[in-house]
Design a binder for this molecule. Sequence first.
Ligand SMILES: [Fe+2]
Length: 191
Amino acid sequence: MDIKLVKKLREETGAGMLDCKKALEEANGKYENAQKILLEQSTKNQGNTRVASKGLCSVVINQNEAILFEDDQISIWYCRFQPGTSVPPHNHNMSAFIGVFHGTERNDMYEHGDEDILKPLKSTDIHAGEVLSIAPDAIHGVTCTSAKPSEAIHVYLGALSRVDRDLYDMEHGTVLAFTDENHSQLTQDKN
Ligand SMILES: [Fe+2]
């Protein structure tokens, strides 16, 4: 057990040392999975309450992403994209709202075409101060088009980290499971 990882997990999630250690053991040392385990535990411990004073969950995934809160009804994320970074098309299987407060995010919407190949539908730039509402069955890709990083609060009407979702590999025309590994492989980071 890497004590440095336990400490890092404790600092980033605010969970107790023992809980962090257990989560890392359960996740076979995989840091991101341990974060998710702690998030699920935190959500369960809160029951269905949404009172902020009972403690919002806070899980920092990396310096560009954090889950601020999640329960069965709602997920609130902070997402930052560096200039030029492109996230591959994906679905959420729930309603989503993206409120940008810094920079600009371009949202490319898609629909299923023949033989499940994605067809571009339209592109929308969301500037700081604007909110985009995305339908539950929508498919979108996101690109930061501003010279400075885009920053946004994403609100999803469900438990985003616990729902099965799809990622679309446009280069090979294939559909993949939305996993951290597939997501980072397909994300084009220009930095
Ligand atoms: Fe998305």
